[in-house]
Structures are given as structure tokens and as C-alpha cells.
Ligand binder design. Structure first.
Ligand code: BEZ
Length: 210
């Protein structure tokens, strides 16, 4: 086995990082990437991240030549183009745009959940804005309801970039908001998530196990 040629700057709790890690597992590329953990929050920037990544985002992937890819969408697309098996992102036509749009909805759910986490965990209590938190949570509820009612069958048909995104979003809700209660409203998603959580890629990247 050769030494990893790439470095992934990551924080294990980030659902966006988990998406990249699941893609690495699903495409058999874990050996190519060394993991470098950073303790990043909006009020705790990490200077070493900023090289080639001025916004200091994670996940960020440093390639062998020193160039840096960010963020998770770009990194997932890059990794998907590096392997020879079935693509996780359809290469062309309507399936590409449709699956990327579902993946974008999953990202939006993650965004709203992470913003809620920052607001409720990082911001001092007396500065927290309840209406803003409620609006983020409404976004999560609308997104999950749309997936359950409009897209469930197609989502469950293949474990690709869209399904990986939704699984990571649900995993993050369970990690940070165990009382959110999404399973009662989305029973199909709940059954599907119980199944896909057993995949090796999901087990190996479960942040509650680290
Ligand atoms: C978290 O701890 O919830 C978290 C950490 C990094 C990025 C996003 C979320």
C-alpha cells in the first residue's frame, strides 16, 4: 500500500465532512487520503486551513501538488471522477441535474441544522434569536417532508450522492438534535435510514462512535 497522496482537513462531527468520507468509502479510495482533524467554528478560525482556502472551509482536500479543493460538493465530484466503478454522480442528462438537486436539498438541510447548532451552542444565550432558530428548523421540516412525500422511491433506489447527502443530514440531526423527532413525520425515510446506516461506509464514519 502506498502512502496517501491527499490530505482531508476535517472535523468528524461535520455532516459535510461525513459526506466526503462516505464517498471515499463507497468508491474504495480511503487509502489515498490522510485525515487531518481541525477544531473549527465560526469564531475559532484555523490559520493552517487558509492556505489555498481563503474562506477557511472544511472539508478541504489538499492534493499531491499542494492545490486545495473545497467545499464538499467540489470534493465529492472530484473523488467520483477518480474511480472506475459506478458513478455516484450521474455524468450527464436529466439524471445528473435531478440527483444533484436532491443532493442540494440534503445540503440545505445540513446547512440549516449546522446554523441551528451554532446559534444554540455557540452564541451566548442572551443573544440567541428564537425566530431565526425556528425558521431554520422549518426549513429542515419542509426539506424532509418533501423528500418523504415527493422523492422517497427514487431516493431509496440507489445509494448515490443524493442518498449519501440525505443519510448524512439525518445522521447529523440524530447527533446534535436527538429530540427533533423527524422519524414520526417521515416513517419511510426512518426505515430507509435504519437500513443505510448499516452500510460499511456509514458505520465507519459514524461521528457518535468516535
Ligand atoms: C458540530 O460540531 O456540530 C460541527 C462541527 C464542524 C462543522 C459543522 C458542525
Amino acid at each position: 500500500m502506498s502512502a496517501p497522496s491527499m490530505t482531508l482537513f476535517h472535523s468528524p462531527a461535520s455532516p459535510f465532512v461525513r459526506k466526503v468520507l462516505v464517498v471515499l468509502h463507497e468508491t474504495g479510495q480511503t487509502d489515498r487520503v490522510a485525515l487531518h482533524a481541525v477544531n473549527l467554528t465560526p469564531v475559532n478560525p484555523v490559520a493552517e486551513l487558509n492556505q489555498g482556502n481563503p474562506a477557511g472551509k472544511i472539508p478541504a482536500l489538499r492534493l499531491a501538488d499542494g492545490s486545495v479543493l473545497h467545499d464538499s460538493r467540489v470534493i465529492c465530484e472530484y473523488l467520483d471522477l477518480q474511480h472506475v466503478g459506478n458513478p455516484l454522480i450521474p455524468r450527464e442528462g436529466w439524471p445528473r441535474w435531478h440527483r444533484l438537486t436532491l443532493a442540494s436539498l440534503a445540503d440545505a438541510i445540513m446547512d440549516a441544522a449546522v446554523l441551528t447548532r451554532y446559534e444554540t451552542f455557540l452564541r451566548p444565550k442572551d443573544k440567541q434569536w428564537d425566530a431565526w432558530i425556528e425558521a431554520q428548523q422549518d426549513k429542515i421540516r419542509r426539506g424532509l417532508s418533501n423528500l418523504e412525500q415527493e422523492h422517497f422511491a427514487e431516493l431509496a433506489s440507489v445509494f448515490d450522492i443524493a442518498a449519501i447527502g440525505v443519510a448524512c443530514a439525518l445522521g447529523y440531526l440524530d447527533l446534535r438534535f436527538p429530540d427533533f423527532g423527524w422519524r414520526e413525520q417521515q416513517p419511510q425515510l426512518a426505515g430507509w435510514y435504519a437500513q443505510v446506516s448499516q452500510r460499511e461506509s456509514m458505520q465507519a464514519t459514524d461521528p457518535s462512535a468516535t
